[in-house]
Design a protein. Structure first.
Ligand SMILES: NC(=O)c1ccc[n+]([C@@H]2O[C@H](COP(=O)([O-])OP(=O)(O)OC[C@H]3O[C@@H](n4cnc5c(N)ncnc54)[C@H](O)[C@@H]3O)[C@@H](O)[C@H]2O)c1
Length: 423
């Protein structure tokens, strides 16, 4: 493909990983494969310049993006990431995975994603607020409660969603709670949203375990990334009798064959902003994380972490993808050939967007549900979505990722076909 095209790939990058995943699903799409090219082309990509005045009086410019990959099934939905490595290509891939995820779980959404190329840890709170507000204003052209609804992702949280909601509301002249999800409870946020992605990782882990006769009680779990997703998933696994034997984040890797103390990990995270110096744990070199034996390995940091080289060393039974795009296609094949069950991101981490959907529905109705009701509905939707994917995998004798793509892409392309092409 011509390197100047916006859909050109960088070898080994997230967009290349996504395109390879699409290639694998096409043979299973039947007559809908006629529409497959739509999956390879983001519908709309907006690049914005974000100038802000820093606390020291200097002016800095940041790059921001919002990509709407596919809107055939409904408004765009997907998080916003603040990270120094954010690129258009990465946001494109993340938006495409949202299209697939929303369809895999059968939520009435298309897929979108956004990001700013910034290390937010280097900004003051005031600078972070200015950055968020100007970004929101710039992408205000294409977002809205019935157009595209952002949510938190890496390095963004409820406070950032509150600023986004306020900025959008100021610009349209009315309080629009439904423009973002993952908001504080007082501003139309939903109970259960904060831990919903981690809860979903656990629910799907439990569904898998049941089908392969693997007890959670006593299972060894290794977790990469101890942020929103990784910490909530680890807490639930530990609460159900599993041993968290290794945890890695950007501050280091800690190990304990008898299980790390979750309360201690949480306290260390609150104190240091990372778990690298957790008391009572052995600190091991980062690369050794991939040699730790486990029953569940949960990547919950960034994409591209499970490389072919690491896949060869990994000794686990189930890879539960909490992160988006953590496994490159070649590593996927290595793991599958070794008999490791890889449970793809598009179902394993769909708990977050599912409760985001609940939040949006509650905002529209201005009627709010109890946490029990939310968790019950979440479990029901995820278990049902997983059942369909599992059965599709068994039927075609294909890995779960391809099965999830078959279920999702059939829904997306069916909608595309029924809508027809405009004009
Ligand atoms: N937050 C959500 O609701 C949600 C939903 C679905 C998927 N995800 C995905 O889950 C992943 C984590 O998101 P999050 O919201 O928990 O982010 P977060 O910012 O809360 O946490 C990220 C974690 O990754 C760790 N990390 C960063 N770089 C690392 C490195 N090089 N090596 C090891 N660890 C590293 C950080 O230390 C931190 O613990 C991302 O891939 C995200 O897209 C998040």
């Amino acid at each position: 493909m011509n390197g100047l095209s916006y859909v050109a790939t960088t070898a080994g990058g997230p967009w290349a990983t996504y395109l390879e995943q699409v290639e694998r699903v096409v043979p299973y799409l039947g007559h809908l494969s006629r529409w497959a090219e739509t999956l390879r082309r983001p519908k709309r990509a907006l690049i914005v310049d974000i100038p802000i005045e820093m606390d020291d009086g200097s002016i800095r410019h940041f790059e921001g993006f919002r990509v709407q990959h596919n809107l055939s099934r409904g408004p765009g939905k997907g998080g916003v990431r603040f990270h120094p490595d954010v690129t258009l290509e990465e946001v494109m891939a993340l938006s495409a995975w949202m299209t697939v995820k929303n369809a895999a779980v059968n939520l009435p959404y298309g897929g979108a994603k956004g990001g700013i190329r910034v290390d937010p840890k280097t900004l003051s709170k005031k600078e972070l607020e200015k950055l968020t507000r100007r970004y929101t204003s710039e992408i205000g052209l294409i977002i809205g409660p019935d157009k595209d609804i952002p949510a938190p992702d890496v390095n963004t949280n409820a406070q950032i969603m509150a600023w986004m909601m306020d900025t959008y509301s100021m610009n349209v002249g009315a309080t629009a709670t439904g423009v973002v999800t993952g908001k504080p409870i007082e501003l139309g946020g939903s109970l259960g949203r904060l831990k919903s992605t981690g809860r979903g990782v656990f629910v799907i882990g439990r569904e898998v375990a049941r089908r392969i006769d693997l007890p959670i009680n006593g299972a060894r779990v290794a977790v990469q990334g101890f942020g929103n997703v990784g910490s909530a998933a680890a807490e639930l696994f530990a609460g159900n009798g599993a041993k968290i034997v290794a945890v890695q984040d950007h501050t280091g890797t800690v190990y304990n064959a008898n299980g790390l103390d979750i309360a201690e990990l949480m306290a260390t995270l609150r104190r240091d902003g990372g778990i690298g110096k957790c008391p009572g744990a052995e600190v091991i070199p980062n690369e050794q994380f991939w040699d730790v034996e486990s029953e569940f390995l949960i990547p919950a940091a960034l994409e591209g972490q499970l490389t072919p080289e690491r896949a060869k060393r990994i000794k686990t039974r189930v890879v539960l993808e909490g992160a988006n795009g953590p496994t490159v296609p070649e590593a996927d094949d290595i793991l599958t050939n070794k008999g490791v069950l890889v449970v793809p991101d598009v179902i394993a981490n769909a708990g977050g967007v599912t409760v985001s959907y609940f939040e949006w529905v509650q905002d529209i109705a201005s009627f709010f549900w109890s946490e029990d009701e939310i968790n019950m509905r979440l479990e029901r939707i995820l278990s049902e979505a997983f059942r369909k994917i599992w059965e599709t995998g068994q039927q075609h004798k294909i890995p779960l990722r391809t099965a999830a793509f078959v279920v999702a892409c059939s829904r997306i392309l069916q909608a595309r076909e029924e809508r027809g092409l405009y004009p």
